[in-house]
Design a binder for this molecule. Sequence first.
Ligand SMILES: *[C@@H]1O[C@H](CO)[C@@H](O)[C@H](O)[C@H]1NC(C)=O
Ligand SMILES: *[C@@H]1O[C@H](CO)[C@@H](O)[C@H](O)[C@H]1NC(C)=O
Ligand SMILES: *[C@@H]1O[C@H](CO)[C@@H](O)[C@H](O)[C@H]1NC(C)=O
Ligand SMILES: *[C@@H]1O[C@H](CO)[C@@H](O)[C@H](O)[C@H]1NC(C)=O
Ligand SMILES: *[C@@H]1O[C@H](CO)[C@@H](O)[C@H](O)[C@H]1NC(C)=O
Ligand SMILES: *[C@@H]1O[C@H](CO)[C@@H](O)[C@H](O)[C@H]1NC(C)=O
Ligand SMILES: *[C@@H]1O[C@H](CO)[C@@H](O)[C@H](O)[C@H]1NC(C)=O
Ligand SMILES: *[C@@H]1O[C@H](CO)[C@@H](O)[C@H](O)[C@H]1NC(C)=O
Ligand SMILES: *[C@@H]1O[C@H](CO)[C@@H](O)[C@H](O)[C@H]1NC(C)=O
Length: 465
Amino acid sequence: MASGRKEEMLMEEVDLKVRYKYERSWITGEKIAVLGLIAVGVVLIIIGIVLLAMATSKSNNCAVDSGIDSTSAPSHQTSERCEFSAEAKRIGLDQFVKKNRTDISRALFNEISYKKVNSDALKPRERKTLAQVEHYLKQMFGQPYDVNYYAGDWMMGPNLFCWQPICYHGYDFYNGIIYHRPYTAEDVELIRTKLETHKKGILQYIDNMKMGIRKGMVRNVESCVAGTHSVKRKYLNVSLYNETGIWKEWFAAPLLHPDFYSNITKQIDDTWKKDHGRNVSDTVKEYLLTYLGKPLHQLIRFLEDEYIHYCVPSSVSSGLGSLPLKYVWYDGKENKSWPTDPTLPSGEKLNGRHSYSLIMPFFTTNDMEPAYVHELGKTQLNKLYPMVVEIAKDVMGVNDSDQAVALFRQKLNSTDSFFNDAPIPKNETDEEAHKRCSNLMGAETYCPKRWAAMQLWFREARRVG
Ligand SMILES: *[C@@H]1O[C@H](CO)[C@@H](O)[C@H](O)[C@H]1NC(C)=O
Ligand SMILES: *[C@@H]1O[C@H](CO)[C@@H](O)[C@H](O)[C@H]1NC(C)=O
Ligand SMILES: *[C@@H]1O[C@H](CO)[C@@H](O)[C@H](O)[C@H]1NC(C)=O
Ligand SMILES: *[C@@H]1O[C@H](CO)[C@@H](O)[C@H](O)[C@H]1NC(C)=O
Ligand SMILES: *[C@@H]1O[C@H](CO)[C@@H](O)[C@H](O)[C@H]1NC(C)=O
Ligand SMILES: *[C@@H]1O[C@H](CO)[C@@H](O)[C@H](O)[C@H]1NC(C)=O
Ligand SMILES: *[C@@H]1O[C@H](CO)[C@@H](O)[C@H](O)[C@H]1NC(C)=O
Ligand SMILES: *[C@@H]1O[C@H](CO)[C@@H](O)[C@H](O)[C@H]1NC(C)=O
Ligand SMILES: *[C@@H]1O[C@H](CO)[C@@H](O)[C@H](O)[C@H]1NC(C)=O
């Protein structure tokens, strides 16, 4: 459908922009930490505690992320990448730390909010830092999704934009591993230990989503499908070639390069081979498969084969507002004999509206509540709509408002307003197309209509830009 196509393109465009901003803002989170140290005394203490808190919430295994001076590596880096041992999970430590982390962020935010700061006495630069730190803490160390324990959205799986930390395992992995070039057999063991934490993290994520089903925190079908597509895009080669695709992922490349093992002497390699049956580089290659490829593939399979059944029709839930659900749904049907348990593991009641109000402020620069924003939207609509009607009358040369609006709508929806002159064929949109058209050459060959529309779009963008 023409309009569908247009929307999708717009979405992708927005996606790119937003993600760019996201990646930058994430990094500024850390720059802020540094700036903060220089600026206000208050901030200095706070940051100290922030770092301390982050450090304590990391197990020793988390060293894979720390101490990284990433000048050449991709700049993306998540601060939370601490997976847990089976024992930790058994006693609920994983949930606890997430909660604790949220609590710490919240406590620090309260602390800084209650400080009587005379902003006028601060230099502009200091004021900016203070505002940034506030925003940073209010938003759980500067991230919107899946990080506030109380929002409960961390049970809901990836969304269209794939902003969730799960979508950035590749970056985390890369940023950590390039500083772990092995010298000894112990170093190789250490690589295994690091990789193991990734596997645990991914499996934990699957478990969280299963919990979301039981707690009534699930997205609608469209949103689930979009989220699945975006995860598959992040781990494209795993999605295309099963777990062995991990060897083709860009972030695994350093470990497959002989340079990575240049400090392993022949003697060490031979000893290793005697003990383990294969040489060091082959062993690490196998680790990649076991600890990253397989769990990632499992995640994709879970999303596509299992989880999707539990996603609800969009008439039931279109966002957080109507969550948690009262009953578990399966294939679009409510299962009245399976009520959900709409609470957090620590007992608090889940409330989608409240979750929304926790997440929304990340995207604003003020203290507006969602209800206020909603009202504001209506006020704006009342103000702007009459102007649009006037424009419609003018453009269509019609005096009757209703008629003018109807005609104007038609004009906007006509093929002249789109880059494709006919609906995109079904076989350029389905699962097969997602595979075959996932790179430039494939797209040009197998999705010609989509490709042509995109070229027109690019041309237009260049002309306008
Ligand atoms: C976080 O956990 C630590 C250690 O268990 C505890 O001392 C601290 O009070 C907790 N912080 C919050 C804000 O709950
Ligand atoms: C994964 O793909 C590879 C190469 O295409 C194939 O040899 C292997 O059997 C597949 N593994 C599984 C578990 O399907
Ligand atoms: C997937 O694998 C292909 C072929 O090895 C490679 O050219 C491409 O860069 C890989 N894509 C990603 C996202 O790593
Ligand atoms: C490790 O290997 C690199 C080359 O890849 C070399 O520059 C470096 O000197 C080696 N380090 C040691 C301690 O052998
Ligand atoms: C490790 O073993 C593989 C397969 O046996 C081989 O292709 C590779 O060259 C070996 N690497 C080194 C550094 O000896
Ligand atoms: C509904 O839920 C109950 C309890 O979990 C389960 O036994 C039953 O199989 C479910 N029915 C359907 C149609 O999924
Ligand atoms: C619209 O109305 C104005 C005045 O009310 C009149 O002058 C004009 O001719 C009308 N235009 C059309 C297209 O009917
Ligand atoms: C827009 O046009 C498509 C067909 O080109 C049609 O299916 C759709 O209903 C139209 N939408 C509106 C709002 O008129
Ligand atoms: C869709 O069908 C067209 C025409 O039959 C064909 O050229 C194209 O390769 C197909 N695309 C895919 C992704 O199968």
